[in-house]
Design a protein around this ligand. Structure first.
Ligand SMILES: NC(=O)c1ccc[n+]([C@@H]2O[C@H](COP(=O)([O-])OP(=O)(O)OC[C@H]3O[C@@H](n4cnc5c(N)ncnc54)[C@H](O)[C@@H]3O)[C@@H](O)[C@H]2O)c1
Length: 332
């Protein structure tokens, strides 16, 4: 199988490529990534001399480039997106280009150049908005709250429309918050580990009551593999481990594992539109594709803290003003 992965230099994409090339020694991967702020070439440095792996620097909104690559592929797994909610508040237009025009370009390239190719479009639980009780199923309405989730929702409906009209073989995955190795230091879990290890205060937005459903990244990439191989065209699959925690619990757990004092916690001004709780029902994924998460939050977070503490070489060069600023959504 020859896979075109977009956004493979980011957090989840690089975990996916590592997993796929280890699990399927006869597969090849082409990784198309524009090397935006979420990316880091160090994530896949170990594959530089692997003949099964090719890196192409470019934009998913570049029709000619995407067309050339799509022609060579048996399947496309599309992670590429502007993904940081804080940044979408200060600069929403970049999100329209990558998430909406980029997805449109991939669909058009497939339609015109290789309509048989399989597409897995990676989306997010944030497209449903927040929910106070219960969990969203794949049939629930889209009710995004931020420029990030609005542009992800737009990309999902483009995939559905193109799949129906042009009979494309595409599925959509929507997963909950991921954590694990290679996650960019601006996100809650790495930021907490990094700031605590530097002896800095750990900022928590608002009162820390916002609930997220945490999924260890390795469980996510196994789920994507299952959808790639056995998912049905035009179907949406929610992916969740059912491990809900509010932000304050997440931060306290990390500080406990690191043997750090809770005095490091500092409550800061909440970001606008901050969703209170996300929760997904992933029964369909379990019933139809026999996927199950392997890691509890306790196991996953211990592995994650250990990885960051042992891989300072990876995150040190990435410590920027957004990691150091308590309310980065206010930065331009
Ligand atoms: N991280 C999470 O918790 C999470 C949860 C649910 C869904 N997702 C989805 O998973 C996907 C990957 O998320 P991530 O956390 O790995 O993000 P990330 O920011 O770490 O990586 C995104 C990658 O896409 C690349 N990219 C962005 N725009 C591009 C473009 N126009 N052309 C080419 N490359 C481009 C970036 O350079 C980066 O390498 C995204 O689609 C995101 O919406 C993430």
């Amino acid at each position: 199988m020859r896979l075109l992965v977009t956004g493979g230099m980011g957090f989840i994409g690089s975990n996916f490529i590592h997993y796929i090339l280890e699990k399927h020694p006869d597969w090849e991967v082409i990784n198309l990534d524009k090397l935006g702020y979420g990316s880091n070439p160090a994530n896949l440095k170990d594959l530089e001399n692997d003949l099964r792996y090719t890196f192409v620097r470019g934009d998913i909104a570049d029709f000619e480039l995407v067309s050339e690559l799509v022609k060579k592929a048996d399947a496309v797994v599309s992670f590429a997106a502007e993904s940081h909610v804080d940044r979408s508040i200060s600069s929403p237009e970049h999100f329209l280009r990558s998430n909406v025009i980029g997805t449109y370009t991939i669909l058009e390239a497939i339609r015109k150049e290789n309509p048989e190719v399989r597409l897995v479009h990676i989306s997010t639980d944030e497209v449903y908005g927040d929910i106070l009780d219960g969990s969203f199923t794949e049939k629930d309405a889209l009710m995004p709250s931020s420029p990030y989730s609005a542009t992800k929702a737009a990309s999902d409906v483009l995939v559905l429309g193109w799949t129906r009209t042009y009979s494309l073989n595409a599925s959509i995955t929507r997963c909950t918050n991921n954590y694990g190795p290679y996650q960019f230091p601006e996100k809650l879990i790495p930021k907490t580990i990094i700031r605590a290890s530097m002896g800095l205060k750990v900022p928590i937005y608002g009162t820390g009551q916002n609930v997220r459903d945490w999924l260890y990244v390795e469980d996510h990439v196994r789920a994507i593999e299952a959808v790639l191989l056995n998912g049905e065209p035009r179907e949406i699959y929610n992916i969740s481990a059912g491990e809900e925690r509010n932000n304050i619990e997440v931060v306290r757990t990390i500080l406990r594992i690191m043997d750090k004092d809770e005095d490091l916690i500092e409550f800061v001004e909440d970001r606008p539109g901050h969703d209170l709780r996300y929760s997904l029902d992933s029964w369909k994924m379990m019933r139809d594709l026999k996927w199950r998460p392997r890691y509890s939050f306790k196991e996953g977070i211990e592995k994650t803290v250990k990885w960051y503490l042992e891989n300072e070489w990876w995150w040190k060069p990435l410590v920027n003003e957004r990691v150091l600023h308590p309310t980065p959504w206010k930065l331009g």
